[in-house]
Design a binder for this molecule. Structure first.
Ligand code: CS2
Length: 497
């Protein structure tokens, strides 16, 4: 019998035949045996890797069903479990929208609720690929250096026998169990917006093994049998809202409590280093390469850096969504100068790619009126995002003897955001794993723009010495913050040279 929500039946195997044919999954759900474990069941995974993997299996076959693990939240696990692991993706733009149910998820687990099951999955010989979208902060690495800095929870997971409750803990236990069983090799694939995400994930595993004082033979097995391909992932997928669910229900005729909305654009560049095989993701449009580094730098600096700029300046100016923020007078001009004068001059892009042309496409994507991506959503966890999005641009420009004025504006906007008030005096929330340290540093600082800048640039886990101790950078950030505090975003942008 179909479960009903309100007056509508619920999405599930029993209601698939009611869906309009173009909205049905490409695969018969539940028929592909599991080959992938994915950690992080957020909207981004559902609209990105799950879609690529379904298309790859539909075109080229393979036992690559995904078991999705939500490390913490239970809502998405409950919603998917009640829907036979089915959910829909609505692709939306000014041209209209299109909704399709995805059939690549074969199971769901709650990490903190059932850690033993997750550890067993990571050791299961059928699993040959583990992907992650757990957000930057879950890695517990200093954003500037990649050094493991475990909080109490992670330390307890790594140093005691308690059931693991954190991502580093689940990974460590799973890999040790796999090593003890001498299982088949495995690729561990970060799909988070970290700098050199493959190296960062390898660093997390190696530092966790050392911190846990893991036995040498098991460490040796992991070093030999586990690879860490780097990736660049891209698709704008805002957090789902009641509106998302209403859209899905209209399109499907049944209720989908795990529905997501995404922009049409998507990109995935993956280093091809999979010792146990992989889905034929190239059949779904992914680019397999020997080095994802140039693509990753392009995306982190020219998309995510510009996203953060738009989010902080937009939130300060009282704009709710990224698209609304982009409509602020002069903002697009300033972002184009950031792209052309700073980002493009800071690194060598992938062959044949123009950073300026890529940036134009990014701005057009941000302007998509059908994507309600909140500035406050992009603004969260700034301490974890700024290094790879903005500070690397600054460091590389300065190493080339150039100034970094536009990138300094983004840092100033973040400092002003952290001070907690928008231009109209409305309070702004600081959601950040370093919020306590940031607030304490600001509270102890002189109440001047220079005081606030010095206080936050002193956070060494975020700002490397070469940036923080660069007098020109400090002066630029302080000038911009002074302008933002005195005149507000609108006048600062209008007068920006
Ligand atoms: C955004 C990203 O929330 C954020 O910080 O910049 O989630 C962005 O939408 C994606 O990386 C796009 O691929």
């Amino acid at each position: 019998m179909a479960v009903t929500v309100g007056s509508a039946a619920r999405l599930g195997l029993g209601t698939l035949r009611r869906l309009p044919p173009p909205s049905r999954p490409l695969l018969r759900p539940g028929t592909a045996p599991a080959g992938i474990v994915h950690l992080g069941l957020g909207a981004f995974h559902r609209a990105h890797q799950a879609v690529y993997t379904e298309e790859a299996m539909a075109r080229a076959g393979g036992d690559w069903g995904i078991v999705g693990v939500a490390p913490r939240s239970t809502d998405v696990v409950e919603a998917l479990a009640a829907q036979d692991n089915l959910f829909s993706v609505t692709t939306t733009s000014a041209a209209g929208c299109d909704t399709r149910v995805v059939g690549s998820l074969t199971g769901v687990r709650h990490g903190a609720g059932d850690p033993a099951a997750v550890v067993a999955l990571l050791a299961d010989p059928a699993i040959r690929v583990v992907t992650l979208t757990v957000t930057e902060k879950a890695y517990q690495l200093d954003p500037a250096t990649g050094r493991l800095r475990p909080d109490r929870e992670v330390a307890a997971d790594l140093r005691t026998d308690r059931p693991p409750a954190t991502v580093p803990g689940l990974l460590l236990r799973g890999l040790l169990a796999r090593a003890a069983a001498q299982g088949p090799p495995l690729a561990l694939v970060s799909c988070d917006n970290l700098p050199a995400n493959g190296h960062r994930l390898r660093g997390l595993v190696e530092q966790s093994l050392a911190y846990a004082r893991a036995p040498e033979p098991l460490v040796g097995w992991i070093q030999a049998a586990v690879t860490f391909p780097g990736t660049m992932v891209d698709r704008i997928v805002p957090a789902s809202t009641p509106q998302t669910l209403a859209t899905a229900r209209r399109a499907l005729g049944v209720a989908d409590l795990a529905a997501v909305t995404a922009e049409p654009y998507r990109q995935w560049v993956i280093e091809d280093d999979f010792p146990g095989g992989r889905p034929a993701w190239e059949h779904a449009g992914a680019v397999l390469t020997a080095d994802a580094g140039p693509w990753e730098r392009l995306k982190l600096r020219a998309l995510n850096g510009v996203h953060s700029a738009t989010a902080y300046l937009g939130a300060l100016a009282g704009r709710e969504t990224v698209a609304d923020a982009l409509a602020l007078p002069h903002l697009a001009t300033v972002l184009r100068r950031l792209l052309a004068e700073d980002v493009a001059a800071s690194f060598t892009p992938p062959e044949g790619v123009s950073v300026v042309a890529y940036g134009e496409e990014v701005l057009a994507r941000f302007a998509n009126p059908a994507i309600h991506h909140r500035t406050l959503q992009v603004a969260i966890d700034g301490s974890q995002k700024l290094p790879q999005r903005v500070l690397h641009t600054i460091a590389d420009l300065r190493a080339r003897g150039r100034s970094a004025r536009w990138a300094a504006l983004v840092v100033a906007a973040w400092v002003r955001f952290a001070l907690g008030y928008a231009d109209d005096g409305a309070a702004l929330p600081l959601s950040d794993p370093l919020a306590g340290r940031i607030r304490a540093a600001l509270a102890a600082a002189p109440d001047t723009p220079a005081g606030a800048v010095d206080a936050l640039l002193a956070l060494r886990e975020v700002f490397p010495a070469e940036v923080a101790e660069d007098d020109e950078v400090r002066a630029d950030v302080t000038d911009w913050l002074t302008a933002l505090e005195r005149h507000g975003v609108a006048a600062t942008l209008a007068g920006a040279r």
